[in-house]
Design a protein around this ligand. Structure first.
Ligand SMILES: Cc1cc2nc3c(=O)[nH]c(=O)nc-3n(C[C@H](O)[C@H](O)[C@H](O)COP(=O)(O)OP(=O)(O)OC[C@H]3O[C@@H](n4cnc5c(N)ncnc54)[C@H](O)[C@@H]3O)c2cc1C
Length: 602
């Protein structure tokens, strides 16, 4: 089985030449952390080694052995992670990797999100199940940093930032999945200002495990008399072990793992059912104000949504690597020129499959890192207006990345299986694991339908469409520059991009009108609209990448990478971008029929 090969050259290109690491490093916060492009390269190299040498070898073991639930010594359950996971996590923490993007005041290294995103692409590509604990811990750190009291921050953040303890997100309940208003967990106030939590949470990632001595659960629950719906939700910090007077994990809190799920994929990542309050209530501490829980949790969810986009990128990259290697080895048929059998990479359709995978994965990477760079600006630019603009752009692009890249990654990993033929359908080659693992990404952290509704409803309507229009204008300006490029490939890409930008603009108008006059009709086409936007944004970024590559070649660069980049961008423009025409037609179509049909028809 082919192990994960960190795509350092591609990553460096996007970080340095497309997004511009130098300008991100020049932001005051990163100047203070002494971050520069050389440091970024050194960190990428080390992360690549850790991903390839430590995490990748555990990927198949995690899949095969899985996390296991066992009866605990106190009569309740506990989780054992797959062999090798605890040791890998110990090395991860020792290497300081958890602290990389975190604030220095709590022990973090204060390095850019742009770099953190690249590093996490490698964790996710090498071992998606392992990477979950990092995603959830970073989400908990963000939520606590923004809303926690000084005391909670001082007590918990340094240990989460170091990775000594890990975090979780306790949202989902049996009756409350996409519909967070249905959350029913109760939080009873106590005289000393703490709370006791009662209720069941399901599907909680790394809700129990043996890789760290304490777990910090962030739990959404309802206080007595709270209004119905999401306005009645508050957020609580519930440690697995209550801290003793010296701040060390002491008595067991009343939150227990009742079971773990047996799943299609990510077997190495424990998905737990947590029962709060079977023995008097789990002890919880309020984070932020009563009734503001969802607002704070959204910080964690948005961070996790971007992270899930990066998950799909990592796995799609690994799947392409495996398919590409297999296509060079497997001999089958002839090409009509040489007499003997040829490697299947010579067959036109196999080339199409591989190039669709490679070019779309590159487009997803460009989008994920672009958003990460914008997050850095949104947090650290000196100018408040610039921060606000970047923040709004991140908000617009988040559902696009989460929805489009995860749905695309399912298709791309399925294509990788197609390249393997029958050997793709059997487990021994390892490619099937990629599809099984990546299949969760369009589901958790808000399904694609929820992302699409967020984009078509909230994000387009929020400021009268100003953010989207400014974004379309920027893409049009870049396309105008591509049109006048010296390189004919770049000019050809500009022609295709022009059509997709028109599709995006007309579809945005159509969906805006539908959402105003008949929201249900708008929601019928929200998912195609999201895909249209993702495909177009991918084409814009691939066009920009082609321009950079053409300029490098014109300046005498002899790295074959640049000619390959021009080729993948052209392929994307010819084979992927034109899909926007069909999607735009769907978005503009009249969907009265679908809504009028009786339920029995479906
Ligand atoms: C492996 C795994 C890990 C997870 N980790 C966590 C975790 O750490 N913490 C946590 O709290 N949760 C976690 N979850 C839960 C996950 O976030 C939910 O499964 C997800 O939000 C969907 O909710 P649901 O499963 O109840 O599906 P449902 O909400 O029942 O949705 C079923 C279908 O109906 C559609 N649908 C529902 N409502 C709407 C609507 N309003 N508009 C359009 N379509 C709609 C959905 O898109 C979907 O296609 C995890 C789940 C899994 C499988």
């Amino acid at each position: 089985m082919q192990s994960y090969n960190p795509p350092i050259r591609d990553i460096r290109f996007v970080i340095h030449e497309l997004v511009g690491a130098a300008s991100i490093c020049a932001l005051p916060a990163y100047r203070a952390s002494e971050c520069d492009p050389a440091l970024i390269d050194a960190v990428l190299d080390e992360a690549g080694k850790f991903a390839g040498e430590v995490l990748s070898p555990l990927n198949a073991i995690g899949d095969r052995e899985g996390a296991r639930w066992q009866p605990g010594s106190d009569g309740t359950g506990e989780v054992r992670t797959a062999p090798g996971f605890p040791e890998a996590y110990r090395r991860f923490v020792e290497g300081g990797w958890m602290a990389l993007p975190c604030a220095p005041q709590f022990g973090g290294q204060g390095l850019p999100r742009l770099l953190a995103t690249a590093v996490s692409e490698m964790w996710k590509g090498a071992n998606l199940s392992f990477s979950h604990v990092i995603t959830l811990t970073h989400g908990a750190i963000e939520a606590l940093t923004i809303a926690g009291s000084d005391e909670l921050k001082a007590t918990y953040l340094p240990r989460l930032v170091s990775g000594e303890w890990t975090g979780t997100m306790n949202i989902t309940e049996p009756q409350a999945g996409s519909d967070l208003a249905a959350i029913a967990c109760r939080a009873e106030p106590q005289e000393d200002g703490t709370y006791r939590i009662f209720g069941q949470k399901i599907f909680i990632t790394y809700g129990d495990h043996d890789i760290a001595p304490n777990i910090v659960h962030l739990v959404l629950a309802r206080t007595p008399g709270a209004p119905p719906g999401v306005k009645g939700l508050s957020l609580f910090l519930v440690p697995k072990f209550i801290l003793d007077a010296g701040g060390a994990p002491g008595a067991r809190n009343d939150v227990h793992c009742a079971s773990i799920e047996h799943k299609l994929g990510v077997h190495g990542s424990p998905t737990t059912t947590l029962v709060h309050g079977d023995h008097g209530g789990s002890l919880g501490y309020l984070i932020g104000e009563i009734g503001r829980g969802l607002e704070i949790m959204f910080v964690m969810m948005n961070s996790a949504r971007l992270s899930v986009g990066t998950e799909s990128l990592g796995v799609a990259q690994y799947a392409w690597q495996m398919a590409s290697a297999y296509a060079r080895e497997r001999l089958q048929g002839s090409d009509g020129k040489s007499g003997g059998k040829v490697p299947i990479v010579r067959h036109p359709d196999v080339r199409r499959l591989l190039m669709t995978q490679r070019s779309t994965t590159e487009a997803i990477r460009a989008l994920a890192y672009t958003i990460a760079g914008l997050q850095d600006v949104a947090h650290h630019a000196e100018d408040a207006e610039e921060r606000q603009r970047a923040h709004r752009r991140v908000e617009l692009l988040t559902p696009i990345l989460k929805g489009w890249s995860t749905e695309s990654a399912v298709d791309l990993t399925s294509m990788a299986i197609q390249v393997f033929g029958g050997m793709g359908f059997v487990e021994e080659t390892g490619i099937a694991q990629c599809l099984r693992d990546v299949r969760i990404t369009p589901i958790y952290e808000g399904t694609t339908a929820i992302q699409a509704a967020d984009l078509a409803g909230r994000k387009l309507a929020r400021d009268g469409g100003e953010t989207l229009n400014a974004f379309l204008d920027e893409m049009r300006r870049d396309r105008a520059a591509m049109r006048t490029a010296d390189d004919p490939t770049v000019r050809a890409i500009a022609e295709e991009l022009a059509r997709s930008l028109d599709d995006a603009a007309s579809a945005a108008d159509a969906i805006r009108q539908k959402m105003t006059s008949d929201p249900a009709a708008g929601l019928v086409v929200a998912e195609p609209f999201l895909r249209l936007m993702g495909t177009t944004v991918g084409g814009w970024l691939m066009g920009k990448a082609a321009r950079v590559a053409a300029a490098a070649l014109a300046n005498g660069a002899d790295d074959p990478f640049y000619a390959e980049k021009l080729a993948t961008a052209k392929f994307y423009a010819d084979h992927v971008l034109p899909r926007t025409a069909g999607l735009a037609m769907t978005v503009r179509s009249d969907d009265g029929l679908l809504l009028a049909l009786a339920d029995e028809v479906f």
